[in-house]
Design a protein around this ligand. Structure first.
Ligand code: GTP
Ligand code: MG
Length: 299
């Protein structure tokens, strides 16, 4: 399946909601006043959030330079979206440099699944991948990750349940060096006894990775968000971003969400680039985020 086809399928639900309403709006020949009022309503309903919606409305007015609304408005909106979403460029992982990606996010958001998918994709791109099971909170967590590691055919570093997540990461970093791995993927728990403990554990892991990284190494902190959670996903990103500064977002379950509009506030308000989109439960159901493909796929 081509990337374009995966986009169309993965964004089908978002297109049916947000996309079709926009298409209808731009083709309905409303007065300018009505058009902007309705555009505002549509964006808010699509979980773009109030401030992002206001910002977009103003920016679009400027973009169109208050031109008359006509047949070209839809095209104009697509290129406007593309431009807005391109402002936060997703990280490009350099080859032949040691890289660590720390995956954060609430439980059930799709961290473990995404790590499995990425392990396979990156192995195929000749990265020497290794995975760390730093979610030691849940008994089944390392088992689930071990299954994914098996499917992707990459090694896994784990310890017994209840072990110190920081110690697992410490081990994994040593193991990655010993095997001359080029990419370490770190799975974390989405839940702990309480929020403070979770934040403290994550900050500890973060510190260990930073402390063990050489000047040449790259380190990315990525939050995994369930797109079906809409504005809640945005709130989670904000709250994690305060605890551990984030570099990018992975939005999962785009295939089952009509709330793909949450991409907008993540990029526009938090300035976080989208790294990948999860579009299914299978190992190949992950696609790179491209502003142009996303904007087109909505219509
Ligand atoms: N439809 C769909 N389901 C997904 C996607 N990504 C993950 N899932 C499903 O979401 C559920 C939770 O995924 P996990 O990977 O276990 O989530 P997690 O963040 O590791 O959860 P915890 O370990 O509990 O913190 C699983 O049933 C996955 O199959 C996706 O892109 N699309
Ligand atoms: Mg998990």
């Amino acid at each position: 399946m081509s990337l374009q086809e995966k986009y169309r399928l993965g964004l089908e639900k978002t297109r049916a909601g947000l996309g079709s309403r926009l298409t209808y709006l731009f083709r309905s020949r409303k007065s300018e006043k009505e058009l902007y009022a309705e555009l505002e309503e549509i964006l808010i309903a699509a979980d773009a959030g109030v401030s992002t919606t206001k910002l977009m409305i103003n920016a679009f007015r400027e973009y169109t330079q208050n031109k008359k609304i006509n047949d070209a408005t839809e095209e104009l909106f697509i290129s406007f979206l593309e431009e807005l979403l391109s402002r936060a460029a997703p990280p490009q992982l350099p080859q032949d440099i040691f890289k660590v990606i720390l995956f954060l996010g609430v439980n059930g958001s799709g961290k473990t699944t995404t790590i499995g998918k990425l392990a396979k994709t990156f192995s195929r791109e000749n990265e020497r991948v290794i995975i760390a099971a730093a979610d030691t909170f849940r008994a089944a967590a390392a088992e689930q990750l071990a299954e994914w590691a098996g499917r992707a055919n990459v090694p896994l570093v784990r310890q017994q349940q209840g072990a110190d997540p920081g110690a697992v990461v410490f081990d994994a970093l040593a193991s990655a060096r010993a095997r001359s791995a080029s990419l370490l993927l770190v799975d974390t728990a989405g839940r702990f006894h309480n929020r403070e403990t979770l934040v403290r554990e994550l900050q500890k892991i973060d510190k260990i990775i930073k402390g063990k990284s050489g000047a040449e190494d790259r380190y990315y902190r990525m939050i995994v968000l369930d797109a079906t959670a809409g504005t809640n996903a945005f709130a989670q990103a904000k709250s994690f971003h305060e605890a551990v500064p984030l570099d990018a977002v992975i939005l999962t379950k785009m295939d089952s969400s009509a709330k793909g509009g949450v991409v907008l506030p993540l990029v526009i308000e938090l300035g976080l680039p989208i790294f990948r989109l999860g579009v299914g439960e299978g190992i190949d159901d992950l696609i790179p985020f491209e502003a142009a493909a996303y904007a087109r796929a909505l219509f």
